[in-house]
Design a protein around this ligand. Sequence first.
Ligand code: M6R
Length: 359
Amino acid sequence: DKDGHKHFMAKEIAEQPVAVDTALKAYLDENDAITLPDGLDFTQIERLSLVACGTAYYACMVAKYWFETIARLPVEVDVASEFRYREPPVSPGTLALFVSQSGETADTLAALLYMRDKADVIAGLVNVPESSIARESDVVLPIHAGPEISVASTKAFTCQLTVLLLLAIKAAKAKGLPLPEGMPDDLHALPGLIHQSLASEAQIAAACRDLANARDIIFLGRGALYPLALEGALKLKELSYIHAEGYASGELKHGPIALIDESVPVIVMAPKDALFEKTISNMQEVMARGGRVVLITDADGAREAADGTADVITLPKVPDTLAPILYAIPAQQIAYFTAIAKGTDVDQPRNLAKSVTVE
Ligand code: M6R
């Protein structure tokens, strides 16, 4: 049931304030203490190995920033199809964490089985608690997104990120480290911020009528927004069949800038954070070569950097730690509205299946 929406994807995008709130409430008690299932004790963990595919892999890439900066734990992130054949050595004290919406992705499951007698703890971060990955894990971490029908993953991604951030905070506490300013209190603002950011829909739909005519589109981001650039590009390819690439904005001048001309829209994700000036200087390099920039930022960022851009999408101001979760919303909406403008099948894109149970 699409609940009055035209597509399951639209419904699932709109459900995110409630889905993220449900995920938060499942892990936070009334004193904001994070409760984890038995068997996961971060005082015993020295490093993490995160393994997943597709959108879940990008959630892991964001989590690497969080675990390393907040909890000072070294993290390796791998796509499951590579990890399973590489026979990676595993050090003592490793938590192997497998992230999968469906819990049935064949490569992720095979990677888990490889880690079976090697990692100290195997955890499955899944949306479907009765899935194969959940069954094979020592510890199951449900993301509580509710059923996700559309092939494009939306609310599962933001709920994966929410639970991964809670784990990073829990790990920091276990090590006696100070939390980033405002944490964990600011977590409670997240559902409201997502709700507010959904209101940029009309601005995004207007920008997408132009994007739909492009042959190639580039997404740029820095720090924890770099994986969001990758996620934005994946979602757009998946739904609109437009060639899209995400780059770390600092990498642009090492090659990809050769692609830029008037015909290539460049979507820049740049909240006004510590890395803002750097990303904006990369954005200006793009504009100097005729690139048509769509800037996604907050009101402060727009005031400083809107000049010369083709479009600005303004999101609410968000604590730095939470930005990757909030910027997922426009990434999803850009793919959705570009697909609408192109007339492609939003919920069931060609050549794709919701869960990939073969290699
Ligand atoms: O069920 P999983 O999370 O294991 O699925 C992983 C990928 O197949 C999935 O995220 C895919 O990339 C999505 N269609 C992206 O929107």
